[in-house]
Structure formats: structure tokens, C-alpha cells
Write a protein that binds this ligand. Structure first.
Ligand code: KG4
Ligand code: ZN
Length: 339
């Protein structure tokens, strides 16, 4: 049984084809990075328009790579929440059109649950129950994941998401967009101990995050205390040291909160997903922590960490349970938890 899945929540148009046994036949991602780079961030209207232009060519390419015909598709999946509403609507409309035309069931998938399920896909075996960390441009949340579709929220960011902080710090340092990979690259030649940036909530019981203050601290480190504006630094040790110290502060907090969540839930498995989990120092630090705690760590390879449609295979679970989506399915911009 072949599933065709569509993802258009932010700035990647993606179409995947996978089987009910979770074998990925194609996972095509058309990135819009170049379109948004000159604005220094994702522009929602530009993203929606680009999805409209890209969704059918991406679909054709996925069918070609999978060597599958439309007639061989048994169900259509769309990630309808959370994300930018105009962007999501393109995927939702395309998926409805396809399911209606092919006369096959429509299924919905939640982008957050899908990011954790990407770790399950990569592992090739069951990973539930587990603690799940979704760390992306829009979310930094810890969950107790009972099953692929039952998540209890343990904590989340009260302001910026970790990926958003990477993107904003990259802009402050003049490193361009998207910020995560650029900061990681810059940090590689810097000293992570050069600037003692605060680690928010590190010694508090709560499992929440805050990254907005860290971004301000980076500005002060660069321009002087209390000064929030100024030109980006020249390439050199100061820029590299700030990038490395910022990255270390984010990594320290993420790792400490994962350790705390594992302790509180008693789980021995940690699954991590979302674009920031592509960050190598984060992956290394999580691996060390998990090893010391006797915890199994599941992080997918980079192409399954960042936005992609294959992770929508979480909907195979819904298909097994006969939980199909109605044809008046809506795009839902915010994460509403278990539906
Ligand atoms: O999951 P994702 O592709 O899209 C959202 O659902 O938001 O995550 C994108 C975020 C961006 O903020 C990007 O800067 C960040 O993930 N990111 C990284 C790295 N690669 C992507 N952050 C840190 N280090 C990286 N290597
Ligand atoms: Zn995402």
C-alpha cells in the first residue's frame, strides 16, 4: 500500500511516497531558502505563493523517483498543523484535490508529532513510549510521547524557539539566512567558553525554555551593555567566539532539560526532531548525556530532521485505526495537542 504525503507548513515544499511498512520510496524537498534569504527570514505570503508554484512539480518528481503511478496511491496524507496558515492551505487544498480525484482516503498529520515520528522511521523499530524533544524554527517543546499519536506536553519555550534564536543571532552576526547552519559553521572556529551567556531556567524545576534573553545578551556582547543596535562584526575571533558561546548556551539548556524530563518520566528513550537537531554539537552532547544515563537516543539523519513529507508517515497509524480526515479539513496554524 502506497501513501503520498504533502508538507507545506513553512518554507519547504515536500512530497513523499512511502509504504504502510514505512519504507520511503521518495522524499522530495523543494527549498525556498533563496527566495527568503534577501528578506532575512520567511515571508508568509512569498512562501504560500512559492508552494503553489512548486507543489505539482514536486509531486511529479516524487512519483518519478519512486517509480510509482498516481493510480498506485492508496491514500493521501497532508500535514495540516501547525505552520503558516497560507502555506498550509496550499498543501491541504492539493491533498484534497488528489484524494478526491483518485477516490482514496485523506489523512491528516500533525507536523510536531511527525518530527518525532521521523526518529521512529530512521530507527526502523518502535521507540514509544519515549521523551520527545521538538526543536525547530517554530517550536522548542518537550513531550512525554506515549504512542506516536498521544503526546503530553512537559514544557515549551515561553518566547523564541531555539531555531528562531539561531536565525536571529545569525542576523545580528551578519551570517545570513538560514541561521542555524551558518552559526554552527562559524562556531566551529570559536571558543564556547569565551562569553558566559546565561542559561535560562537551568536550575529551575520547570521544563520550559527561554531564548529571547540570550539573543539580547549576544547584542550586548557585541555592541556594549545596554546597546542593542550596531553593525555586524567583521569576520574574526570575536564573531566566532560569540557564535560558539551562544551555541553552547543553547546546547547546555536543551541537554539539561532533556535529562530532567527523562528523570521525571522515568523513560529510557529520547527521540529528537526538528531542524535544530541537525546541529552536530547538540547531537554529540545529547549522545554523551544519554550514554551516561543509560538512555537510548533516537535522532534521524539531517534530511529527516528538517522539514520533509516522509515524516507524515505518522498518519499510517491513523490509517490502521480508520481515522480518516474529512474533506472539510482545515489548516490549523497553532499546535493544539492531541486531537
Ligand atoms: O524543522 P525545521 O526545518 O522547520 C520548522 O518546522 O521550523 O527547522 C528550521 C530551523 C531553522 O530555525 C534553522 O535555522 C534551524 O532549524 N537549523 C539549525 C541547523 N539546521 C537548521 N539550527 C542549528 N544548527 C543547525 N545545523
Ligand atoms: Zn518543522
Amino acid at each position: 500500500m502506497n501513501f503520498l504525503a504533502i508538507e507545506t507548513s513553512c518554507d519547504e515544499t515536500s512530497v513523499a511516497i512511502f509504504t504502510d511498512e514505512l519504507r520511503i520510496l521518495a522524499n522530495v524537498v523543494a527549498s525556498q531558502v533563496d527566495l527568503h534569504a534577501r528578506f532575512g527570514g520567511v515571508v508568509p505570503e512569498v512562501a504560500a505563493r512559492a508552494h503553489l508554484q512548486q507543489v505539482l512539480p514536486t509531486l511529479d518528481e516524487a512519483l518519478r523517483q519512486a517509480n510509482v503511478k498516481l493510480a498506485d496511491i492508496g491514500a493521501v496524507v497532508v500535514m495540516n498543523s501547525p505552520g503558516l496558515v497560507g502555506a498550509l492551505l496550499v498543501g491541504v487544498s492539493a491533498a484534497k484535490m488528489l484524494a478526491l480525484t483518485l477516490d482514496v482516503p485523506l489523512l491528516s498529520a500533525n507536523h510536531i508529532e511527525a518530527h518525532i515520528f521521523a526518529a521512529r522511521m530512521a530507527a526502523g523499530r518502535d521507540i514509544f513510549p519515549c521523551v520527545g524533544l521538538v526543536v525547530s524554527g517554530g517550536h522548542t517543546s518537550l513531550f512525554h510521547c506515549q504512542t506516536p499519536l498521544e503526546f503530553d506536553l512537559l514544557g515549551g519555550t515561553i518566547d523564541d524557539a531555539a531555531g528562531e534564536a539561531f536565525d536571529k543571532v545569525a542576523a545580528i552576526l551578519g551570517l545570513g539566512f538560514p541561521g542555524g547552519p551558518a552559526v554552527e559553521h562559524e562556531a566551529a572556529s570559536g571558543d564556547p567558553k569565551a562569553y558566559p551567556f546565561a542559561r535560562s531556567f537551568l536550575h529551575e524545576d520547570r521544563l520550559d525554555f527561554s531564548f529571547s534573553g540570550l539573543k539580547t545578551a549576544v547584542r550586548y556582547a557585541l555592541h556594549g551593555h545596554g546597546v542593542t543596535k550596531g553593525p555586524p562584526p567583521e569576520p574574526g575571533p570575536t564573531r566566532a567566539n560569540i557564535a560558539a558561546s551562544f551555541q553552547q548556551a543553547v546546547v547546555d539548556v536543551l541537554v539539561a532539560k532533556c535529562r530532567q524530563a527523562l528523570r521525571e518520566t522515568g523513560e529510557k528513550r529520547l527521540a529528537v526532531g526538528g531542524g535544530v537537531s541537525a546541529n552536530k554539537p547538540l547531537r554529540l552532547a545529547l549522545a554523551e548525556m544519554c550514554q551516561s544515563q543509560g538512555v537510548d537516543l533516537f535522532i534521524p539523519p539531517t534530511n529527516l530532521c528538517t522539514d520533509n513529507a516522509a515524516m507524515a508517515a505518522v498518519a499510517v497509524e491513523k490509517w490502521r485505526a480508520g481515522e480518516f480526515a474529512p474533506f472539510d479539513l482545515d489548516a490549523v496554524p497553532t499546535y493544539l495537542g492531541n486531537q
